[in-house]
Design a protein. Structure first.
Length: 347
C-alpha cells in the first residue's frame, strides 16, 4: 500500500521529519510542491533533518494564491494518477495543504490531515480557508489538541477524528537537544530578543512594518531577527532601515531551536514558533489579533494588537520564567500514533 506525503513550505518539512519513514506497512512517496525554494527555506531541512530527496518536485514556486494552489493541484493530480496511493498525507495550513486536499478528494483518494481542526476564526488569514477546506476534504483528521477536536465537532466533523497531539512537539523533542553552534557563529550572548515575522498583516504594509521596526529598535536587549524572504523583500521595497536590529538569513531548524533556547523573549507571528516558545518555556509576544493556538493564552503567550505597547509588554515579560500548565500538545509520540491509526484505517 502506498502513502503520499505532500509538503512544500518550511513548517511542513519540520512536521514531515517526525513522520516520514514511520509508516510501517506502507511504501512512502514524497512530493515537494516547491512552494518554498530558497536553500534556507527548503533544502536546509532535508540536509539537516535526514529527510530523503523527494520523489517528485512540482516546481510550483511563488505566485498569487490561485496560481500557487492551481499549479500545485495540476501537478499533484498527475502524480496521484500515476502513483495511485491509498492515502495522501497533508500537513498544516498552507496553499500546498489545500491543493493536496482538493486533489485527493476529487480523485476519491483518502486524505489524512496532520494538524486538523486548528482554527483562528480570523477570515482575513488565507490559512483559515486552507484549514477549513482541507478538513472538509479529509477522512482522517489528526487533531493536535482537544480544542481542535471540539472545533471539528462544531463543523459537524466527528468521524475519523483522532486527538494525537502535536507533531511539532515530536520534532521539538527530537531536535531540541541537538548541538548547534549558532550562538558562536553569530557571536551572540544569551538573553537577546528573538523575532520572526512573516504574516501579510504585519509585513505587507509599509506603515505596519515600519512601526514594528521602530518599536523593536526601542527594546533594551539586542534583537535577533532570522528573516523570512517575504519580510526581507518588503523591507527592501519599502526602504525601511534595519536600525540596530540584527537581521540574519533564515536559519535551519536546529539553529532556530538553539536561538529560542538562549533568548529571553520571543516576538513572533508564527504558529510554529509560538508553540516552540511554550515547549521551551519562554515568554512570547504574538503580534496578531488572534491565535489558532488559544491553549497558549494565559500560559506563555500574550497577543499584542497595538504595536506601540511593545516596549512595555516586553519589559514586563522579558526573562520571566514561565510557570504554566503543561500537556496541551500530547506526549511527543504523535508520529507513532498517526502511523498506528493509518495502519488500521487504510485498507
Ligand atoms: C506560507 C504560508 C503560511 C506559512 C508560511 C511558512 C500560504 C498561504 N502561506 O507563507 O501559512 O506560515 O508559508 O513560512 O501558504 N519567497 C522567497 N523564497 C522562498 C519562499 C518564498 O523569496 O523560498 C518569497 C516570495 O517573494 C513569495 C513570498 O516569499 O512571494 C511569500 O511566499 P509564499 O509561499 O507565498 O507565502 P509565505 O509568506 O511563505
Ligand atoms: N524556523 C526555522 N528557521 C527560521 C525560522 C523558523 O527553522 O529561521 C522554524 C521554526 O522553528 C518553526 C517553523 O520554522 O518550527 C515555523 O515556520 P514558519 O514560522 O515559517 O511558519 P508557521 O509555523 O507560522 O506556519
Amino acid at each position: 500500500m502506498k502513502a503520499v506525503h505532500l509538503v512544500g513550505a518550511r513548517p511542513q518539512f519540520i512536521k514531515l521529519a517526525a513522520l516520514m519513514g514511520k509508516l510501517k506497512g506502507f511504501s512512502e512517496v514524497l512530493v515537494h510542491s516547491g512552494q518554498h525554494y530558497d536553500y534556507q527555506m527548503s533544502q536546509v531541512f532535508f540536509d539537516t533533518l535526514g529527510i530523503r530527496k523527494p520523489d517528485y518536485h512540482l516546481g510550483v514556486g511563488s505566485g498569487s494564491h490561485a496560481e500557487q494552489t492551481g499549479k500545485a493541484m495540476i501537478e499533484f493530480e498527475k502524480v496521484c494518477i500515476a502513483e495511485k496511493p491509498a492515502v495522501i498525507l497533508i500537513y498544516g495550513d498552507c496553499n500546498t495543504t489545500l491543493a493536496g486536499a482538493l486533489v485527493g478528494a476529487k480523485l476519491q483518494i483518502q486524505v489524512a490531515h496532520v494538524e486538523a481542526g486548528v482554527r483562528s476564526y480570523d477570515w482575513s488569514m488565507p490559512e483559515e480557508f486552507n484549514r477549513v477546506l482541507a478538513d472538509h476534504c479529509s477522512s482522517l483528521l489528526f487533531a493536535p489538541t482537544a480544542g481542535a477536536v471540539e472545533n471539528l465537532g462544531k463543523e459537524g466533523i466527528i468521524r475519523g477524528v483522532h486527538n494525537v497531539g502535536d507533531i511539532m512537539y515530536d520534532s521539538f523533542l527530537k531536535y531540541s537537544k541537538s548541538p548547534s553552534n549558532v550562538m558562536k557563529s553569530l557571536s551572540l550572548k544569551p538573553g537577546f530578543v528573538l523575532v520572526t515575522l512573516h504574516r501579510p498583516s504585519n509585513v505587507d504594509s509599509k506603515e505596519k512594518l515600519a512601526a514594528i521596526f521602530g518599536e523593536l529598535s526601542k527594546l533594551e536587549k539586542p534583537v535577533v531577527f532570522p528573516m523570512h524572504p517575504r519580510t526581507r523583500k518588503s523591507l527592501e521595497r519599502f526602504g525601511i532601515p534595519l536600525g540596530k536590529i540584527k537581521v540574519i538569513e533564515p536559519v535551519g531548524y536546529v539553529e532556530m531551536l538553539g536561538l529560542e533556547r538562549e533568548s529571553s523573549l520571543i516576538i513572533t507571528d508564527s504558529g510554529g514558533v509560538q508553540r516552540e516558545a511554550y515547549f521551551s518555556e519562554k515568554p512570547c509576544i504574538v503580534l496578531r489579533d488572534s491565535t489558532e493556538w488559544p491553549e497558549l493564552l494565559g500560559q506563555t503567550v500574550v497577543l499584542l494588537k497595538n504595536i506601540r505597547e511593545l516596549k512595555v509588554a516586553a519589559s514586563r515579560m522579558m526573562g520571566q520564567y514561565c510557570t504554566f500548565e503543561k500537556g496541551f500538545f500530547g506526549d511527543g509520540k504523535t508520529g507513532e500514533k498517526i502511523a498506528g491509526i493509518l495502519r488500521v484505517s487504510i485498507k
